[in-house]
Design a protein around this ligand. Structure first.
Ligand code: ADP
Ligand code: MG
Length: 250
């Protein structure tokens, strides 16, 4: 039995009178890819935002590798090794791709320890080399000096992924990473996420596209109206009548 690294215990989140999450429990094994699927409005993005400290749950707690994440600020959660890609890419449109990838690492370093001027210069050289390497990994090396705002939608998502990878996260959360991508770009992203998998990172992926879920996920949880209604391997979940009903019933 592998180690369970992420625990969500009895998570509840209300928006006014709406219960977006009702008593959600979830455990994720270290090094696996766990997909969360479900109809629109099911609470998937809310769940991800609770995990990364963007939303505070009304009840329940989230723990990652023994650290309680609930109630911590997003930057503290980032320092514990948790990174996320939101549904709408958050990049710096006026800056180059290379600068975009270097920025998250700087803020992490500043938070973690202070560098003196000389160390900072040499660290910058190393950081730049690493940023270039990561841009190559995500297939954007040729556009390194372009302005991020000029990228296509698919490339912006890849850039955001690169901005996460420079932090060397141990847990990566992705909210619909292939949304709006062509089939070709989707397949490139699947290949990229598979490569990351081989590095032993734990991943949570919110996904609509069943082709992506089948290509990547070890386990799947199905969320409908704020509750987990089914879970298992992708094959098990696909055959579950409750899941078919949730999608058809809207
Ligand atoms: P999903 O990502 O599965 O499509 P969301 O988590 O975005 O679903 O939304 C779940 C429910 O919570 C929806 O009914 C949505 O309208 C509502 N909701 C999400 N965020 C907010 C918010 N900030 N304020 C009020 N209602 C919200
Ligand atoms: Mg969503």
């Amino acid at each position: 039995m592998e180690k369970l690294v992420l625990h969500l215990d009895n998570i509840q989140k209300n928006f006014g009178g709406l219960s977006a999450l009702k008593d959600v429990n979830l455990q994720v094994e270290e090094g696996t890819t766990h997909a969360i699927i479900g109809p629109n409005g099911a609470g998937k993005s809310t769940l991800l935002n609770v995990c990364v400290g963007r939303l505070k749950p009304d009840m329940g707690k989230v723990t990652f590798d023994g650290h309680e994440l609930t109630g911590r600020k997003p930057h503290e959660i980032a320092q514990i090794g948790v990174a996320r890609v939101f549904q709408t890419p958050e990049i710096f449109p006026e800056l180059s791709l290379l600068e975009n990838v270097m920025i998250p690492a700087f803020s992490k370093r500043d938070g973690a320890f202070r560098l003196n001027g000389y160390q900072q210069l040499s660290a910058q050289g190393e950081l730049r080399a690493e940023a270039e390497h990561i841009l190559e990994d995500v297939g954007l090396q040729e556009l390194m000096h372009h302005i991020a705002g000029s990228l296509s939608r698919g490339d912006k998502r890849r850039l955001e992924l690169a901005m996460c990878l420079i932090l060397r996260p141990r847990l990566l959360l992705l909210d619909e990473p292939t949304a709006g991508m062509s089939r070709h770009d989707t397949n490139r992203t699947i290949d990229l996420l598979k490569q990351i998998k081989s590095r032993g990172m734990t991943k949570i992926i919110i996904e609509h596209d069943m082709h992506v879920v089948f290509s990547l996920a070890d386990r799947v949880s199905v969320l409908a109206r704020g509750q987990i209604i089914a879970g298992g391997t992708p094959e098990e979940v696909r055959e579950d009548p409750k899941v078919k009903e949730a999608y058809l019933g809207g």
